[in-house]
Ligand binder design. Structure first.
Ligand SMILES: NC(=O)c1ccc[n+]([C@@H]2O[C@H](COP(=O)([O-])OP(=O)(O)OC[C@H]3O[C@@H](n4cnc5c(N)ncnc54)[C@H](OP(=O)(O)O)[C@@H]3O)[C@@H](O)[C@H]2O)c1
Length: 249
């Protein structure tokens, strides 16, 4: 492993599980101090223990502006700055048209869109030239999928935010991009299938991917590390698909 992120401070929200956990571990392995968040304290603490001294775990619900204020007060007091921000916290479930409820809308947009907007906005005073903000989209925003419209719309919204923020951030030296995975083997994906049928669920999703399989979270984390690093210094406003071809053919 390189030390690309030596002396860098990274915030990864929703890092108590799945892709966020893999991103946080990867950043730390390349030398970063990582601030990790989630709502479940025991899971969060377990990941912080795995990472060791380089991790600071802060319980925070990304859809709560009060929690985000406390999070950034803690980060400001501890580090005084951020170099990498990844608003990864996200939720999604099946919402067939005709059965979408106000609760579905509020909950999914509340974490995925409101959470991302205010995480980035509240992080801004801590960011300087060379900082990298990376949102997490989804291949599902670029294709039609039965019963996934609300979730897919949140990710399409994030893509639009990145285009607009790339303009808003002109002159700051702060880069903003979005990485859009295809299906990744995480508790969220496995939770879409029936309990005890994880293998069948993976097979169903694998059939939707030209590469014939779902991704491992580490395969996504490596791309986050690239886009966060100086190696991607001219990448701005872009969407990077890491989807095994799902939205490409
Ligand atoms: N898995 C896929 O196939 C896939 C594909 C494309 C994009 N994505 C995106 O990748 C991101 C991570 O998903 P995942 O698959 O890794 O799911 P996951 O394993 O369920 O992890 C989701 C993480 O988000 C956190 N979280 C959820 N709601 C939160 C909230 N209100 N505030 C703070 N943290 C919250 C969870 O922690 P707590 O429960 O402790 O809060 C958990 O750490 C999401 O944005 C998802 O949309 C996933």
């Amino acid at each position: 492993m390189s030390d690309r992120f030596k002396d860098k401070v990274a915030l990864v929200t929703g890092a108590s599980s799945g892709i966020g956990r893999a991103i946080a571990k990867h950043f730390a392995a390349e030398g970063a101090q990582v601030v990790i968040t989630g709502r479940r304290e025991p899971e969060l603490k377990a990941i912080a223990d795995e990472i060791g001294g380089a991790a600071l775990a802060v319980r925070a619900d990304s859809s709560s502006l009060g929690d985000l204020d406390s999070l950034f007060a803690t980060v400001t007091a501890r580090y005084g700055r951020l170099d990498i921000v990844v608003p990864n916290a996200g939720v999604g479930w099946l919402t067939p048209l005709g059965q979408i409820t106000e609760e579905d809308y509020e909950a999914i947009f509340g974490v995925n869109v409101k959470g991302a907007i205010f995480t980035v906005q509240k992080a801004l005073p801590l960011l300087g030239a060379g900082a990298s903000v990376i949102l997490i989209g989804s291949a599902l925003s670029a294709v039609g999928t039965p019963a996934f419209s609300v979730y897919a719309a949140t990710k399409a919204t994030l893509r639009s935010l990145v285009r607009n923020w790339a303009v808003d951030l002109k002159g700051t030296g702060i880069r903003v991009n979005i990485i859009s995975p295809g299906p990744v083997a995480t508790p969220a994906l496995l939770g879409l299938g029936k309990p005890g049928q994880e293998q069948q669920t993976l097979e169903v999703f694998s059939k939707t991917v030209p590469l014939g399989r779902v991704a491992h979270p580490d395969e996504i984390a490596k791309i986050f590390a690239f886009v966060a690093s100086e190696d991607a210094s001219f990448m701005h406003g872009a969407e990077v698909f890491v989807d095994g071809g799902k939205a490409q053919v």
